[in-house]
Write a protein that binds this ligand. Structure first.
Ligand SMILES: Nc1nc2c([nH]c(=O)n2[C@H]2C[C@H](O)[C@@H](COP(=O)(O)OP(=O)(O)OP(=O)(O)O)O2)c(=O)[nH]1
Length: 317
């Protein structure tokens, strides 16, 4: 039934300041779901690219000129009135002051304090995706030593790092439990999320925010584990599709560039990275040989952000 309907492409703008504050608007009278809150945007017209539609809709609805917008996530949603393919872009820079040209109510919000309702039904997972930081750190006590790593971690947290994965394959179970507890405690102090690689029981035991599945686990689990935030490592399209089918919160996808530890391994390169991840419903972090300065390039190719195992722990000054 619904699957036979024509897919309607919709360009959707998440207009977001650097501190994470974003804009929701209330759908005007006369449209389906009038009064519901949504991100500004609208249907792609015949002959238009999604990007062109985004720029046009935002000019029409808010009177601002989009100058920097990055493809982000794509979701297909079946409404009684239409089957829509929502192309979400993060709009990070614009000219002019947003003004409600269609008399819509506006609200600037942070993802952890959304106090307007109801939202369009498709938008719940989008708020969850928006709450994920754009820089993702992976622990590296293997190279820095446990104490050395914790010092670097605290300095990175002080500088604004907001998510870290505990991944130390060389540690014994006891060492890992104590290390993970230290990372969780530091994370809590600085308001950062902590996920634990592969071990659901350990994540629960140390009070982590969630679990990061290995690509092997990803292909084996039948259902999404119920322990908060769930991510996974992916290296190919099949794994990415599996992560999408399991409704995971995010994935790491790479290697994008050669890495120090595996300089001769095949890499995706940015163009292939962008091609493979386009149309995915969940945020994708680029991984492999990246530095903080690569963030905007990653956005350009559709990534949510970048994940780093080494450069994120270097002192910036
Ligand atoms: N703009 C927008 N549309 C969304 C969001 N989430 C969501 O499910 N949609 C759906 C609702 C609609 O079915 C479709 C957008 O269609 P629309 O009616 O707003 O498009 P439009 O501005 O081009 O309006 P019109 O041509 O019908 O006047 O996408 C969102 O966050 N923003």
């Amino acid at each position: 039934m619904s699957e036979k309907r024509k897919l309607v492409d919709v360009a959707v703008a998440v207009i977001v300041y650097e501190d994470g504050k974003f804009l929701l608007a209330q759908r005007p009278e006369g449209k389906p779901y009038a009064g519901y809150w949504e991100f500004p945007g609208g249907k792609v017209e015949l002959g238009e690219s999604v990007y062109e539609a985004l720029v046009r809709e935002i000019q029409e609805e808010l009177g601002i000129q989009v100058t920097h917008a990055y493809p982000w996530i794509t979701q297909i949603f079946s409404y009684p009135h239409a089957l829509v393919k929502l192309h979400f872009y993060r709009v990070t820079q614009w000219q002019g002051e947003p003004y409600p040209h269609e008399n819509q109510a506006f609200s600037w919000l942070y993802s952890d304090a959304v106090n307007v309702a109801p939202l369009l039904p498709a938008n719940g997972p989008v708020l969850q995706a928006l709450s994920l930081p754009v820089v993702y750190g992976i622990s590296n006590a293997a190279e820095l030593g446990k104490e050395g790593f914790l010092v670097r971690l605290e300095s990175a947290l002080k500088s604004g790092l907001k998510i870290v994965q505990v991944r130390e394959k060389q540690m014994t179970a006891d060492e890992l439990a104590s290390f993970a507890a230290d990372v969780v405690s530091l994370g809590k102090t600085y308001g950062a999320k902590v996920v634990v690689n592969s071990d659901v029981a350990l994540a629960a035991k140390v009070g982590a925010d969630g679990v990061h599945l290995t690509s092997q686990q990803l292909m084996q689990v039948e259902v999404r584990p119920d322990v908060g935030l769930i991510g996974a490592s992916c290296h190919n399209q099949e794994e990415l599709e599996r992560a999408a089918a399991l409704n995971l919160d995010y994935v790491l996808f790479g290697p994008v560039l050669p890495t120090l530890s595996h300089p001769d391994n095949p890499v995706l390169g940015w163009a292939t990275f962008g091609e493979v991840i386009k149309d995915l419903p969940m945020p994708v972090y680029a991984l492999g040989g990246l530095e903080p300065a690569d963030l905007v390039t990653a956005w350009h190719y559709g990534a949510h952000g970048i994940a780093m195992l080494r450069s994120v722990w270097k002192d910036s000054d």
